[in-house]
Ligand binder design. Sequence first.
Ligand SMILES: [Zn+2]
Length: 318
Amino acid sequence: MDSSFEYRDCPSCGQDDFKVLFESNMRPYDFNVSYDYKMERYDSQEAAEGYLVPGKEWGRHVKCKNCGLVYMNPIEQVLRTNEYYSKAKNNHAPTVRESYLRTAESQVHLIEKYAKGTRLLDIGCAQGFFLSCASKAGYAVKGVELSQDAAEYARKEFGLDVEVKPFEELEFPADHFDIVTLWQTLEHMSYPLMMLEEVHRILKPGGLVAVSTPNIEAIPAKILGKRWWDIKRLHVNQFSTTTLADILRNSGFRDVSPASYRGFVSLSILVTMLLKYLDIYKGSTALLNSGSPVGKIMDKMMLAYRSRINHCVVLGFK
Ligand SMILES: [Zn+2]
């Protein structure tokens, strides 16, 4: 193992006592393939097609014997992954736009039930779908995003204020925000505890944090195992509702509790995913992508689901 990897203690409880759940399926060669090549593959094909590809690449997954968190160990160096995120393209925005906007409405409703003030920060805001909904609902919003391409989309499409920097470099003032949200972000973070401690610092007393991630204890993960669509190279932490609540408590939050919202998925994403699982996807790309007439119709046909089917959602207060 070369120096492009780093080993982590448990990113939640800090212990270094784990059992290996499964080994990496990547050869050293895979890690050394240039990022340009990887990005081309992820972004032009997988991302544009809904990026729900089973059985691609993953690192070694371990389970902490102390707190039960499942995490990747070792991980690729943060500088390398940040470079990847920075250059990540945004080709899948048209495919996911309608479904993500509708999911965002439900996430805003959830926030409205618990938040007292209006100053909101979304970390890992991607194309800004959630922030645009929150802004319409009256929140004073700000986003943080590493992908230059996604941030540009958020600015142009929705006129949003987005910082394109790693969150840990931003140094917001203490006691500043009423709400901080991390939708599908924490599973990407090499050091999620440090990040949540920083979120705690910048929240006002009584402020709300809302976090969602894929749920490794949910039914799809249990059935599909390593072929679950959320087992992938860039998901370096795999939370359950219990371990997600634990890491929030470990970083200083109180009154931590599970929550739920309504997610939406378009028929085009769902069918793409099914075809990929059945290994009969090739050839249907042209028919299903959002540029085609069939794709356009299917992008607009939505199915609603409860977030807990595949995700864990946890709220906490400072
Ligand atoms: Zn642990």
